[in-house]
Design a protein. Structure first.
Lengths: 163, 300
């Protein structure tokens, strides 16, 4: 709800269904005030659906689906396929010494990333294509996967350490 | 575990991946739909997933006969219509129906008592599948047996197709009440609990330690109004399945949206009141004592 935004220093937009999240943000009158805070530089970390919400373009989304346009990436929903293709894998992340356990669930994929975007990790979509799965632009961090489903807090620490 | 296409150490169908999707559906509403038009209404209303089936439980109850897995062409038409996850039902013990559903790429299989059971002694070995399963339960022992067979999501059964919330409340209170008691039991008592619940000791010990099921628990069977959704969420359900309650009501689209809002804002009575206004008639309800068949008694 809009009043919940009054005291926050940063926001994490977690996984879920981006269509539902987008609709409920609108119906509760939270979309506009959050958009305003984000455009004033509120730090944000979006995972999976949260990445979709922070991107500047949603491919394969619903026509009425809105996003906050806080990181210059275009994102394709369910880029890795349906649930039976959902997977987990250890990925190398720039800035972390050990690999990170990444859980991808009906995950979105980054199709294009603008020049301002730092790509911190990638995975192979197929033999030919390697796509970004962890990106940062200023104080906005996004991941295709779900660090919240593992006990590994390193990405959350990375996000918090830069506040 | 099979390898996905994403690298040498990459695995599909792991417990974390299967339970993870259920985690992502928490706080949402999963709606029964019988055709693409209803699926669209559900998605437009903010459903987090749809359950594709041939007839909603109220009609299965009315029509009688054997209720089976849906026609694959109907499931595919719904998959093409919506971007949210699509679930579908297989009969209890009917692993061949589950294999067909997996081959169609459904996102969750519901091994469901709403359909006519295919096996009177065995539920499906759900560990053998890449697709995750949801199963119904009326009490904690049943929930833990399903989890031991590989279910990654439990829904309290309620009594499907009745529009009567009383059984859902009974089942939720039974499961969550016993979990609360388990957390108070000492180590010796847990052996007795496992015996009485007819559940694996390891899972009983895990629940006693954590105070929660190892998988998410949603509520199904009898939800017909926004206040019903708020009730079961306050009792401890993490999401709601709504079957006949939406598309057997007078005006499905606004009711669907209202149940989504009430599930999200379940602790806010003013919000539940706001969305409950002017929804038209809810589905006609059935008195549990007058039922010929109790679907919740299927499965064991």
């Amino acid at each position: 709800m809009p009043e919940d935004l009054e005291t926050i220093d940063a926001i994490i937009l977690p996984g879920g269904e981006s269509t539902t999240i987008s609709m409920l943000l609108e119906s509760s009158g939270t979309f506009e005030p959050l958009q305003e805070l984000l455009s004033q530089g509120l730090p944000a970390f979006g995972t999976c659906a949260g990445m979709i919400m922070l991107s500047n373009k949603v491919l394969d989304g619903r026509t009425d689906q809105r996003s906050f346009d806080r990181i210059d990436i275009s994102v394709r929903r369910n880029a890795f396929g349906r649930q039976i293709a959902s997977f987990e894998t250890d990925i190398d992340v720039i800035g972390l010494e050990e690999p990170f356990p990444a859980v991808f669930i009906r995950a979105p994929g980054v199709e294009t990333a603008g020049p301002e975007v730092e790509v911190l990790a990638t995975v192979k979509l197929d033999e030919q294509t390697e796509i970004p799965v962890l990106c940062r632009q200023n104080n906005v961090l996004v991941s295709s996967f779900h660090p919240e489903l593992t006990g590994d807090l390193r990405l959350h620490q990375m996000f918090l350490s830069e506040l | 575990m099979a390898e996905s296409n994403s690298g040498s150490n990459s695995q599909i169908g792991t417990v974390r991946v299967k339970r993870g999707l259920a985690d992502m559906l928490r706080g949402g509403v999963i709606m029964d739909v019988v055709n693409p038009a209803e699926a669209k209404i559900a998605e437009d209303a903010g459903a987090v997933a749809v359950m594709a089936l041939e007839r909603v439980p109220a009609d299965i109850r009315r029509d009688g006969g054997v209720a089976r897995m849906s026609d694959p062409s109907m499931i595919e038409a719904i998959q093409e219509t919506v971007t949210i996850p699509v679930m579908a039902k297989a009969r209890i013990g009917h692993f061949a129906e589950a294999q067909v559903l997996e081959s169609l790429g459904v996102d969750y299989v519901d091994e469901s008592e709403v359909l006519t059971p295919a096996d009177e002694a065995h539920h499906i070995d759900k560990w053998a599948f890449t697709v995750p399963f949801v199963c119904g339960a009326t009490n904690l022992g049943e929930a833990l047996r399903r989890i031991s067979e590989g279910a990654c999501l439990i829904r309290s059964k309620g009594e499907a197709g009745t529009g009567n919330i009383v059984e859902a409340v009974r089942h939720l209170r039974s499961i969550l009440g016993d979990i609360r008691k388990l957390t108070q039991a000492d180590a010796a008592e847990l052996f007795d609990w496992a015996k009485r619940l007819q559940a694996p000791l390891g899972l009983v010990q895990e629940v006693a330690e954590t105070g929660t099921l190892p998988v998410p628990m949603f509520c199904a069977g009898g939800i017909a109004t926004p206040a019903d959704a708020s009730l079961v969420m306050q009792l401890g359900a993490q999401s709601v399945f709504v079957g006949s309650g939406i598309f057997k009501s007078e005006d499905p689209a606004p009711r669907a949206k209202a149940i989504v809002e009430a599930t999200t804002h379940y602790r806010d009575p003013a919000m539940v009141a706001k969305v409950s206004r002017g929804l038209g008639d809810a589905m006609p309800g059935l008195e549990i004592g007058e039922l010929d068949t109790k679907l919740s008694e299927r499965g064991w």
